[in-house]
Design a protein around this ligand. Structure first.
Ligand code: NAD
Length: 443
């Protein structure tokens, strides 16, 4: 099939590459000319395991191509995937300007039947808005062309995006058109062999499914952080509690890791957008409000612990930081807990000496050159001469550590661990002061 994908970010590029990989002919369109020029030279703008090789192979095989030209992109695919950003507006609701801009340009260039597929995360009712935008653009041209709009929310997670796209739990498609169902079935058939993962439902239900899924996962995390904060005050170890509750299959082990808060481009913005949708619908989203409040508070936890460890004065201190990305295996720092920590440390007059296996370039892009941010080449240099070590991301590289060596590097023997990476007994045996999340060690 000929497929067009608008947007070459985490979702668009993965969608384009994975669909090309099973034999579809794919054109990816982006308004960012630098990104497209880079992709044409074989440069992948993001870090995502396996993506670079997949893009290169499919470009070489002639199944994947890039453009900045909307007319070319619209003419190319029977299927037109919209995978552009939906960042939070000032009031927290999803900003639809990029989605609607794509809809408009489809309307400006469409000449034969297309299925317009919303893969971006968008509030309930957006498919109707896309339909209106396309129709208005068509009318402005004095044209009439048949088209359908459907919802196909994406559930991939960064760091495992290819695996999730190709082997995800479900493929949700919101449509009431048999024609769309047949085309979507054909598009996804190569990834739908083991069992039928396609779930057809109403468009509004599909749009809400995406928000409900992310809000549920965020709820699990905030719930566990609440228990962790309580455990800390009660002298209980939340990691033992986690094992205890996760063993119940009704609860499960996934997404119950306590930590320094959830970040990334999805959970914070999607929870806020759903809160906004709820209040616009006249409903007070009490649970979602709490999920968001707990998370905001949790992102302060490492700073609070550091302040307490240094008697309320961090000025002139240097804090070694392991992990900048919002989670391992990505370079994404959108809404990352590391940012909240670094900014609080700078406000308090401290310096940050940071290392991340993938997010250094992104950190430099966000913060530029500043005296109180030293980006170093590895985890060893991050702790050399630092007054304390803070851990924000549980990269594999940070898990096995010689604690005696670590103690020698640090000017004060303080570790604040936002991901509960280490065994507290082992760390403390080495004479380090170890403050993790909810491990019965209330400072
Ligand atoms: P992103 O910011 O990484 O990429 C968006 C891309 O769209 C950018 O390259 C931008 O230049 C491009 N773009 C903007 N306007 C355009 C236009 N008019 N035409 C063509 N391209 C245009 O975004 P992302 O992380 O890939 O997210 C895309 C959508 O998917 C969002 O709605 C997001 O909520 C959702 N989503 C993201 C993830 C994730 O893990 N990142 C997972 C599931 C769903």
């Amino acid at each position: 099939m000929n497929v067009t994908v608008f947007g070459t970010g985490y979702v668009g590029l993965v969608t384009g590459a994975c669909l090309a990989d099973v034999g579809h002919d794919v054109m990816c369109m982006d308004i960012d000319a630098d990104k497209i020029a880079g992709l044409e030279r074989g440069e992948i703008p993001i870090y995502e395991p396996g993506l670079e090789a997949m893009v290169k192979q499919n470009v070489a095989a002639g199944r994947l191509r890039f453009t900045t030209e909307a007319a070319k992109a619209v003419a190319f695919g029977r299927l037109q995937f919209i995978a552009v950003g939906t960042p939070p507006d000032e009031d927290g609701s999803a900003d639809l300007q990029y989605v609607l801009a794509v809809a408009k340009s489809i309307g400006e260039h469409i000449d034969d039947y297309k299925v317009i597929i919303n893969k971006s995360t968008v509030p309930v009712g957006t498919a109707d808005k896309v339909r209106v935008e396309v129709r208005n653009a068509l009318e402005a041209r004095g044209h009439q062309v048949d088209f359908d709009v459907c919802s196909n929310p994406e559930f991939l997670k960064e760091g495992a995006a290819i695996e999730d796209f190709t082997q995800g739990a479900r493929i949700v498609v919101g449509t009431d058109s048999e024609r769309v169902k047949a085309l979507m079935r054909e598009c996804y058939a190569p990834y739908n062999r083991l069992r039928d993962k396609l779930m057809f439902m109403d468009i509004r239900a599909a749009e809400l499914t995406k928000y409900a899924a992310n809000a549920m996962l965020a709820t699990k995390i905030s719930f566990m952080n609440e228990i962790a904060n309580l455990a800390e005050r009660l002298g209980a170890d939340v990691e033992q509690v986690r094992h205890g509750i996760g063993s119940d299959p009704r609860i499960g082990y996934q997404f119950i890791y306590p930590g320094c808060g959830y970040g990334g481009s999805c959970f914070p913005k999607d929870v806020q957008a759903l809160m906004r949708t709820a209040s616009q619908a006249g409903y007070e989203p009490a649970l979602l409000n709490a999920v968001e409040t707990v998370n905001r508070r949790q992102k302060q936890t490492l700073f609070t612990k550091l302040m307490q460890a240094f008697d309320g004065d961090l000025s002139g201190k240097t804090i070694g930081l392991w992990g900048l990305a919002f989670k391992p295996d990505t370079d994404d720092m959108r809404d990352a807990p590391s940012r909240v920590l670094m900014e609080a440390l700078w406000d308090a007059g401290a310096k940050v000496q940071a290392y991340d296996p993938q997010a250094m370039r992104e950190c430099r892009r966000i913060y530029g050159d500043r005296d109180d941010l030293i980006l170093v080449a590895d985890r060893i240099q991050a702790v050399k001469g630092a007054d304390a070590l803070a851990i924000c991301t549980e990269w594999k590289d940070f898990r096995a550590v010689d604690f005696d060596w670590l103690k020698q590097q640090l000017a004060s023997p303080v570790i604040v661990d936002g991901r509960n990476v280490f065994d507290p007994v082992r760390v403390r045996e080495a004479g380090l002061l170890y403050f993790a999340v909810g491990r019965g060690d209330s400072l």
